[in-house]
Design a binder for this molecule. Structure first.
Ligand code: ATP
Ligand code: MG
Ligand code: MG
Ligand code: MG
Length: 564
């Protein structure tokens, strides 16, 4: 690609509304442009990265035996009525009507559509197991779309659905997908971790998430140093209380005893409206109850007019506190920090954080008696985000560490939830009709692009892992519009790279060398060759890897081999 013909549009200024580095850099590098909240155009530069990620995902899915298809993005409401999700999904589902006033939605996921397909197409166990996938645009009307393509409303997902006669076959394919996901994330060159996960609104039992580890991640994950145990902190019920619990204060009689309680029990005992309960932490231990909203995923701080980035964890202003208190319907007292997980909240709360009720992020279930207490005399850890670190692993092997993660993949064993609701059956060996067992497997293709930047950047810009870089090598001609010698050498090297199958970018713009170098660093091209008159006089060009601190002189005739 010749940069003189490529619409690259970079800026030095950090956009004011971009909170995290990937969003800032994607805007500064001109990879994406915002159309409206959560809606982005993938500019040519960004699209090259997106397509590379997509290719890796597709190649590995095909290699695993999965078969690609493409389903409509628009889905009839009746299918969602069959599974009960037309009501259950809530405002996340973008609904509309056609000219006949029939209900439709823009698909946030495709369990209903694929189950409908399979009940029509698959008759016999002989056609199973079957694993079908697509790479397609989804829409979720997220309450708080943010961080650019990281949490968009329209985004690109790879979603796969597998079908089986029995649970053993499902478990087998689930393992194949687990391994496939590990290969996919290894190939992208990212540092990731699979963890046990909550199966949430999708349903089912066994489930794992794949997280790209980065400090800005919205999820917190715990993992053991002595075993394979790793889990999303959302799975609060599996976490032990992290510190000994102090004797209950007198006013705690209204708090249910430790254990998992229903929403109703909690609502009866808490001074908070029921609809807020699922995401509410009630902290007792100080003179006044402290209420904090546990905000994850679909729950919006926007509603509460308190715009704070949880990863930055800035203290709330008085106005924020008042707004949250009012929204949560609680009385005076300090409001805990707004965070995405319990340890973050502990970061900002009153000195004593004891015996609180924790929204387990699962319908109807809460953990009470959770304890991240800091006694008055206890030395305060430097970073309470790591509260929970150092505690014994729930499997009894090793101690827990805490890290922040970006959920880039999620796999579920759904079982027969959907096939029973939608009557998707097959005939088994004996001619008996059985509901098919199902698995489903998602990857946030567009989110991976942002996650890769969160993990790989420096003060000058992005640093792409080679496998997903928009271009592999930048050939920068210094004053090439003034020097025929430079122009000829740059063209020759560029062509030789293309001939060798290297994805090269020729910076043939009429721009100052400093501008060119800054752009190549900002857009994170892994390798750079700078060609100038002075070097050519000595028969050399300058090579620099994106993570290098120095240039390296390489003979003009060797430079292509040097890169291969
Ligand atoms: P999150 O917890 O971040 O809201 P999710 O659990 O709702 O994600 P899944 O239903 O598991 O998402 O969807 C599969 C994958 O799609 C996720 O693992 C994630 O990588 C991606 N994804 C989900 N929501 C978004 C979004 N709003 N923007 C970009 N990618 C998303
Ligand atoms: Mg979500
Ligand atoms: Mg999730
Ligand atoms: Mg998920």
């Amino acid at each position: 690609m010749r940069l003189s013909r490529f619409p690259l549009s970079t800026t030095k200024e950090t956009p004011a509304d971009a909170e995290i580095v990937s969003h800032q850099l994607m805007l500064r590098a001109g990879m994406i442009r915002k159309l409206a909240a959560g809606l982005y155009t993938w500019m040519p530069l960004g699209l090259r990265v997106l397509r590379r990620v997509e290719t890796i995902v597709r190649e590995e899915m095909n290699r695993s035996g999965a078969v690609e298809l493409l389903m409509p993005a628009v889905q009839p409401g009746e299918l969602w009525e069959e599974t009960g999700r037309w009501d259950k999904f809530g405002p996340l589902l973008l609904r509309f009507q056609d000219r006949h006033e029939r209900n439709f939605c823009y698909g946030p996921t495709h369990e209903e559509v694929i189950t409908d397909l399979v009940r029509r197409e698959i008759r016999s166990y002989k056609q199973l197991p079957l694993n079908l996938y697509q790479i397609q645009t989804k829409f979720r009307d997220e309450t708080r779309p943010r961080f650019g393509v990281m949490r968009a409303r329209e985004f690109l997902m790879k979603d796969a659905y597998s079908f089986h006669l029995d649970h053993d076959s499902l478990a087998e394919t689930y393992q194949v997908m687990y391994d496939t996901y590990s290969r996919i994330f290894e190939r992208t060159g990212l540092h990731f971790r699979p963890v046990q996960a909550d199966s949430g609104a999708i349903g089912g039992s066994v489930s794992h998430e794949f997280h790209v580890l980065a400090d800005s991640g919205e999820d917190a994950i715990v993992f053991s140093d002595g075993s394979e145990y790793a889990a999303n902190v959302e799975l609060a019920p599996t976490l032990p209380p992290t510190r000994p619990r102090p004797a209950p204060a007198a006013d705690m009689t209204t708090v249910p005893t430790p254990g998992v309680h229903t929403m109703d029990e909690l609502a009866a005992s808490l001074d908070v409206p029921l609809e807020r309960c699922l995401k509410t932490l009630l902290v007792r231990g100080t003179d006044t109850p402290v209420v904090a909203l546990l905000l994850r995923g679909d729950h919006s701080l926007n509603e509460l007019k308190a715009e704070k980035h949880p990863a930055v964890a800035a203290p709330l202003t008085m106005a924020d506190e008042a707004a949250i208190r009012q929204a949560a319907g609680c009385g005076p007292g300090s409001v805990g920090p707004v965070g995405l997980d319990v340890p973050l909240i502990a970061d900002h709360a009153a000195t004593v954080m004891a015996d609180f009720v924790c929204g387990a992020n699962r319908d109807g279930e809460h953990l009470t008696g959770v304890n991240w207490a800091r006694d008055a005399g206890e030395p305060q850890p430097a970073d309470l985000r790591d509260a929970g670190a150092g505690d014994p692993s729930p499997d009894g092997k090793g101690t827990l560490g805490v890290a922040r993660g970006i959920e880039v993949g999620h796999i579920f064993q759904l079982g027969t939830t959907y096939s029973e609701a939608m009557d998707a059956t097959v005939l088994d060996e004996n001619g008996a009709s059985k509901p098919v067992a199902m698995g489903c497997y998602g990857i946030g293709v567009s989110r991976i692009v942002a996650a890769a930047i969160e993990q790989n950047h420096d003060a000058n810009g992005m640093i792409w892992p080679e496998a997903i870089a928009p271009f592999t090598v930048a050939v920068v001609g210094i004053n090439m519009n003034k020097s025929e010698k430079v122009a000829a050498a740059a063209e020759r090297i560029y062509q030789a790279l293309l001939d060798a199958g290297v994805d090269a970018l020729l910076d043939d713009r009429d721009a100052r060398p400093g501008v060119k170098f800054a752009d190549m660093e900002l857009i994170g091209i892994p390798h750079r060759i700078a060609i100038g008159e002075r070097g050519l006089d000595q028969g050399t060009v300058e090579y620099r890897g994106r993570r290098d601190t120095d240039n390296q002189d390489v003979a003009v005739d060797d430079v292509v081999d040097h890169l291969l």
